[in-house]
Design a protein around this ligand. Structure first.
Ligand SMILES: *Cc1c(COP(=O)(O)O)cnc(C)c1O
Length: 388
């Protein structure tokens, strides 16, 4: 099919929920993508955060091919070696105390699991989340998500959710009461505009949860797996959540999510939750390979070094359009004084793919394997389109 036929066919049959960029992607390698005309892009979308180990990662590709020829489907009513090894690996690399794992298929599903486990474990109903937080789009996860345009068309949502201003310790402390099952937070608000938490806010969230019998649920769907310069962003703050939600880059780009739980979540009753695809050997093999690659190539350290370079270089741009540059590791946002969409288009014309975070923030989420010279190119192109 030619490019026009592909676009027309997809447009005819898609529901319309996705804003489309006018390009057909064919192939990827590392931090590059190629379109159907053979044009190469530096990819700072990074599969929306799923491609930390890079496109067409050789470890992941090999593990997938081998596992696909061995066993793809195997629900959790049977034992399986790939799954067992993955669960043990996740427990080993996660913050201390998170020893048990529920495997699922996406970020939203990980949040659903966390909400259910928190209600089960505490016998309470309330979930306190943050304004500008994003936790996914299924009905439970959406109830924790803040943005009105995602929520309002689907009300009524799940009862029991409230939202406090992010980084406001007083408001959070006041919101956690007798019926609070969990406080649910991101460490850096990703979709909400790339806003890092303060250490004080996170440590008081942990304290107030412990003091009042609520669970601390941390959503590292976007910040996990090296993105912020540590394997998990919790490590920057010495946080020990009761429940940790993971997805996006967990399996090298394959759909997978995970909920890790600590001792404040007791062994759960049989059949109280489950997932047909959860813990399938194919995704488990991909995840093991992806994590191995992150470790062999020190991707968290790389994200830390390159992220510091990128923040600094962007911070030196002098365009009057720039309001603020912020981030942690290779999760970087540049807040503009204007809507970001036209600038994303202009950047794409320059061969650089980036994504928005809200209306005015330009977000960079490159694969962590990106080369420094490509980030230099990205900075130069941004300077050019912003006139900096
Ligand atoms: C992307 C994201 C989700 C939702 O993940 P899906 O796989 O799209 O359901 C949840 N939380 C955070 C922080 C995210 O960035």
């Amino acid at each position: 099919m030619n490019v026009h036929e592909i676009k027309a066919l997809e447009d005819r049959h898609s529901t319309g929920v996705y804003p489309k960029r006018d390009v057909v992607m064919v192939r990827g390698e590392g931090a590059y993508l190629w379109d159907a005309d053979g044009r190469r892009y530096i990819d700072c979308v990074g599969g929306q955060g799923t491609a930390n180990v890079g496109h067409a990662n050789p470890y992941v590709a090999r593990a997938l091919a081998q596992q696909a020829l061995r066993l793809i489907s195997c629900t959790e009513v049977f034992y399986n070696e790939e799954r067992a090894l993955l669960m043990s690996k996740l427990a080993a690399i996660a913050p201390p105390g998170l020893e048990r794992v529920f495997l699922c298929n996406s970020g939203a599903e990980a949040i659903e699991g966390a909400i259910k486990f928190a209600r089960l474990a505490t016998g309470r109903k309330g979930i306190v989340a943050a304004k500008r937080g994003f936790h996914g789009r299924t009905m439970g996860a959406l109830s924790a998500t803040w943005e009105g345009k995602y929520r309002e068309p689907f009300e009524p949502l799940v009862p029991g959710f409230s939202h406090v201003p992010y980084n406001n310790t007083g408001a959070l402390t006041a919101a956690v009461g007798e019926d609070t099952a969990a406080v649910l937070l991101e460490i850096v608000q990703g979709e909400g505009g790339v806003r890092p938490a303060t250490a004080e806010f996170l440590s008081s969230a942990q304290q107030v949860c412990r003091a009042r019998g609520a669970l601390l649920v941390i959503d590292e769907v976007q910040t996990g797996f090296g993105r912020t310069g540590r394997m998990f962003a919790c490590e920057h703050y010495g946080l020990t959540p009761d429940i940790l939600c993971l997805a996006k880059s967990i399996a090298g780009g394959l759909p997978m999510g995970a909920v890790l739980v600590g001792e404040r979540v007791p062994q759960l009753p049989r059949l109280v939750h489950g997932s047909t695809f959860g813990g399938n050997p194919l995704a488990a093999a991909a995840a093991l390979a992806a994590i191995q690659y992150m470790e062999d190539y020190h991707l968290a350290q790389r994200a830390s070094d390159l992220g510091a370079f990128l923040l600094d270089a962007l911070g030196q741009l002098r365009s009057p359009l720039i309001r603020e540059v912020r981030g942690l590791g290779l999760l970087v946002g540049m807040e503009l004084k204007a809507k970001v969409t036209p600038y994303l288009r202009a950047l794409m014309d320059e061969g650089v793919l980036a994504l928005p975070a809200g209306d005015t923030v330009l977000r960079l989420l490159p694969p962590l394997v990106i080369e420094r010279r490509d980030l230099e190119t990205v900075v130069n192109k941004i300077a050019r389109i912003l006139g900096g």
